[in-house]
Design a protein around this ligand. Sequence first.
Ligand SMILES: C[S@@+](CC[C@H](N)C(=O)[O-])C[C@H]1O[C@@H](n2cnc3c(N)ncnc32)[C@H](O)[C@@H]1O
Length: 239
Amino acid sequence: MHQPGKKVLRRIASIGFMRPVRRFAIQAFERASNMQLIPASFDDDRQLSDLIKRISQERDTLLSNVEGAQIYRTVRALAKIPGHIAEVGVYRGASSRIIREAEPGKPFHLFDTFEGLPKPSGNDEAFYEGAYKSSLEDVKGYLKPYQNLHFYKGLFPETAEPVREVRFSFVHLDVDLYESTLSGLDFFWPRLTPGGALISHDYSSSPGVSRAFDEFFSDRNVAVFPLAYTQCMVVKPGV
Ligand SMILES: C[S@@+](CC[C@H](N)C(=O)[O-])C[C@H]1O[C@@H](n2cnc3c(N)ncnc32)[C@H](O)[C@@H]1O
């Protein structure tokens, strides 16, 4: 379906100072109209709902509350699957905190340039180099209450060498771009434990991300599950 405004909206949302404006506009509309633009379908779980809302108020993030809850529940469900946890695309640490709250024990590896997006390729629309610039020190401070975190600053997969021998039960990719998504799949798919899962943000909203998934899984007998909003999930087969 042709959606002419979508590209413009994504571009606006990627401009740093527009995100608080967008969140304010959504909340004001919800209050005035008594309608929920972002339904809290996880409201049956008050504690989780409060946690996700608090994190999204503390930290600038493009993750919707429902997507945050999806990550949290998946990580919890994978508790018995052995392996470390990884995230590529930390930005200011919102999704990292959700993951850590869901699984406080397993070693957690966090990858980001902390200098914003690398140069987009011809497969990426509406993103620009340097968007989502953040600070490693700021993120370390935000995640200070948590143990067993390992930070890797720089361009992934160049930073992946220290975890080459590690196996993972859960991976979160939130990198917006074709090349970054493809290199995340290349690296982590062979290292996912059987029964482990990988969630990516922006599968249905970013053409580069969906293209990377389509290409990578085209000759593999694996289902790519579209989730609520923009995410998708793949589960590693095996016993
Ligand atoms: C949309 S932000 C991530 C948002 C974050 N997950 C959250 O919950 O708010 C995308 C991030 O991906 C990072 N990124 C994209 N490609 C990368 C790569 N190849 N290596 C390292 N970081 C990358 C950018 O630096 C940026 O911080």
